[in-house]
Design a protein around this ligand. Sequence first.
Ligand code: ADP
Ligand code: MG
Length: 378
Amino acid sequence: KVIEGEALRKKMHNTILELKGNIRVFCRVRPFLSDDGLDSVTKTISFPTTTEALGRGIEVVQQGQTHPFMFDKVFTPQSSQEEVFVEISQLVQSALDGYKVCIFAYGQTGSGKTHTMMGTPGSYDDKGLIPRSLEQIFDAREKLKEQGWKYEMQVSMLEIYNETIRDLLSSNKSCSTDSGNKQQYAIKHDSNGNTNVADLTIVDVRSSKEVAFLLNRAAQSRSVGKTQMNEQSSRSHFVFTLRISGVNETMEQHVQGVLNLIDLAGSERLSKSGSTGDRLKETQAINKSLSSLTDVIFALAKKEEHIPYRNSKLTYLLQPCLGGDSKTLMVVNVSPAPSSVNESLCSLRFAARVNACEISIPRRQTSMRYLEPRLSYG
Ligand code: ADP
Ligand code: MG
């Protein structure tokens, strides 16, 4: 009976996905912080409570004009890490069913991407998506054992900075990058959709504790880079990859899933960061890979013949996990600070492009109108 119920759940889940497409967009607004200034009286962000928009709508007021957006889910500053994870756990679970999954955190620096992904290390309630996902996967693995499934899991963690890959689990302390050696960290995909990054450290893992240990190591490696390379962590993409391989001999089944959890570089625009020299090059590289990511997602949504995966390291690395029957979730993080309103609007517009559901309401028009997200993809 339990197995039947489980099979039904999976079937329903997949039917819903077929109807709605494989890309989801969630939005999360973080709470006010003391650093945001005392301007919290000027409310720039609100959450409509109409039946249609409840839990899915967000409105931003900029210079007297209201910009409404609608996503698959909107989390308010009150939403806990647990509440966010509940909405994501099924997607995480599907990696065990053999799907390729990508979950991205997008947003300007300081909007809560790392909080959403990692949370506060050591704080149980504040754990983010990555530790929660791993706990769920290893718990589920134990249960699936009873049904004859044997799983093997492998982890790798890397950073893409200025279109350059850095191995975060390398025991080589010199923070090597691929700039000097063309062959190192070369990305190759085989015909089965498996990705191989030359020389990248891949670690077999047997428990979520082991992964937590590796995450710590990666965080340390990232912070070394940070002081050496100009706050690199907010200017680089962090890519966590869990490869899952499951065999059930009695059922003669074999599944291979991948879970990619990605903390993207800050999406702030060129003008604000006042870039020159190295900074300019860096910002251009970030903008290039973020816009390549949109281009790829957009081309996939429109079912275009040519998908421009090769335009950036990030999209090329994730090629087998974007498109096909893989599943993508974009969590767009937004700061509520009035000083960030322009940047927040940029992030939401980006998200809306991905979600294809933004409508701008002219100044004096009062009636609210939202499009059903995604159904327009046809
Ligand atoms: P980013 O990674 O986008 O630069 P962070 O995740 O580092 O941003 O968040 C910036 C600050 O806001 C951090 O101090 C973080 O702890 C805090 N923060 C972000 N999101 C939340 C949240 N949902 N609840 C409480 N604090 C948060
Ligand atoms: Mg961060």
